[in-house]
Write a new protein. Sequence first.
Length: 56
Amino acid sequence: MAVLPDEQRPAGSGPTASAAGPIWLCRVCAAEWPCPTARTLLPVEHQADPLTLHVC
């Protein structure tokens, strides 16, 4: 099934995709994650096993 570009689809048919997330925000200050406070605290909190902070 071919998907038409937005400008060629019938009016009112809506967009073909609309994903907006995930949105990574701090629950406390609503800054982009990791916020400045988290950047300071996370290494301290994970000092015993720093690999838990590793992102693949």
